[in-house]
Design a protein around this ligand. Structure first.
Ligand code: APR
Ligand code: ZN
Ligand code: ZN
Length: 391
């Protein structure tokens, strides 16, 4: 039997690099929207297929998008293994994977970037065609998933599913990193840092000396703040409703903080900028009210960058003449920090190593997978920058 398997594997070209067997893992599963995640110990993780890798997860951050899937703000196909901000070590590789091998340390890129489609070819790999259809399907690039529990297929959030000891992802959905880099911090690079720093350094066009406003200082917003400083902003006004977040914002480079509970943040940003408004304003929450505030606090000729993922029925509404034409405001969406992950992950690691990027300070708590529901609750309460699951 074993010999037959070996022969088939050789014929498939999968041997000796792939372990054909499914492996058992513990994973956090969203069985029903609005319910706590279920910790399941019986999850079977199939061997990687052509162009895929199986990754033993070392760490996964808990991001607001996980909460948005759990509470129904974002559309989730259930049952689904949540988690998309992760890092780990490759356990095996499927056929036709030539540039990755077992033992490689990797960050998960929850936008797989094919390098071949129209968008990748135009320097916008964050909009890659291949990743879009996978994300919509709740599976990997072919729409199917590699995890089952009790015989039922489990969807994988954003082609990832990092709330699991083990996952299978497309090879183009990981980025190799140096082995001596802390995988816990690497996990955070996978979403919060790429998105936040990228929003400031890729999506927006920040000029030396600009005044920037950041509405929402969670894991992503704190990275927008440090990214804005890296891009040359002199003044960064941080806005939040939580004292501990505002304190962290200062640590990450904010030069002024506003508590949005203490009165209208828009009028205070206006008065702090000679009634002009911010050169660049970022919304990093995803709420209708804060989107409206961000558009209003952006100066004439300035840029409003929308980073937070809103509910599906939220609208961008501005008076077309006064709000856009006469004011020449740019309203720009930001997906995954407009990141080219193969360019930006090494760049961020380099910035951290040279002391110009903070990562350790993002970790509010290191937890076990069984504590994921408490981590989601703490995020909902605005208490943490990031809880990081260590496997
Ligand atoms: N005004 C200002 N700040 C607010 C308000 C408000 N009305 N409401 C909430 N906040 C703050 C919270 O206190 C918190 O610090 O917004 C922050 C949101 O941060 P997190 O919950 O940590 O979310 P994060 O992971 O940073 O993600 C932010 O980006 O990637 C997307 O889906 C993600 O939409 C989410 C957004
Ligand atoms: Zn995320
Ligand atoms: Zn592409």
């Amino acid at each position: 039997m074993r010999l037959v398997n070996l022969v088939t594997q050789w014929e498939d070209g999968a041997m000796p690099r792939a372990t054909a067997a499914a492996l058992r893992a513990t994973a956090a599963v969203l069985a029903e929207v609005g319910r706590p995640l279920e910790i399941r110990h019986d999850v079977e993780v199939e061997a990687p297929r052509t162009g895929e890798v199986r990754v033993r997860m070392t760490a996964s951050g808990v991001c607001h998008s996980d909460l948005s899937m759990q509470d129904g703000t974002m559309l989730a196909a259930v049952p689904m293994v949540l988690g998309h901000e992760g890092a780990g070590v490759i356990e095996s590789v499927g056929p036709d994977v030539v540039d990755l091998a077992p033992g490689d340390h990797v960050v998960i890129s929850w936008v797989a970037q094919c390098g071949k489609c129209y968008w990748c070819g135009r320097g916008q790999p964050q909009l890659c065609d291949v990743a879009r259809s996978a994300m919509a399907s709740g599976g990997l690039l072919d729409g199917t998933t590699r995890m089952t529990s009790g015989g039922t297929a489990l969807h994988q959030m954003a082609g990832s599913g990092t709330f699991s000891e083990m996952t299978v992802v497309p090879a183009i959905g990981v980025v190799r990193i140096p082995e001596d880099f802390d995988l816990r911090l690497a996990a955070l690079i996978g979403c919060a840092v790429l998105t936040g720093v990228g929003a400031a350094t890729n999506t927006a066009d920040i000029a030396e000396g600009d005044t920037v406003a950041v509405v929402g200082c969670g894991g992503v917003g704190l990275n927008v703040i440090q990214g804005a400083r890296l891009a040359g902003a002199t003044d960064v006004i941080a806005i939040d409703v939580n004292d501990s977040k505002l304190a962290l914002a200062t640590q990450f480079g904010a030069t002024a903080t506003l508590d949005a509970r203490q009165g209208d943040p828009v009028s205070r940003v206006m008065s702090m900028t000679g009634e002009r408004g911010a050169d660049v304003a970022f919304e990093v929450i995803g709420q209708q009210a804060t989107i409206d505030q961000t558009l209003t606090m952006t100066r004439r000729g300035g840029q409003a960058i929308l980073v937070g993922v809103p509910a599906m029925d939220a609208m961008v509404s501005q008076p077309a003449f006064f709000g856009v034409v006469l004011s020449e405001k740019t309203i720009k969406g930001c997906w995954y920090g407009s990141s080219d992950v193969r360019r930006d992950v090494p760049r961020l690691i380099g910035l951290y190593r040279s002391g110009r990027l903070k990562l350790d300070e993002l970790v509010s708590a290191t937890i076990g997978l069984e504590d994921v529901n408490s981590a989601l609750a703490a995020m909902k309460a605005g208490e943490v920058a990031r809880s990081v699951i260590a496997y």
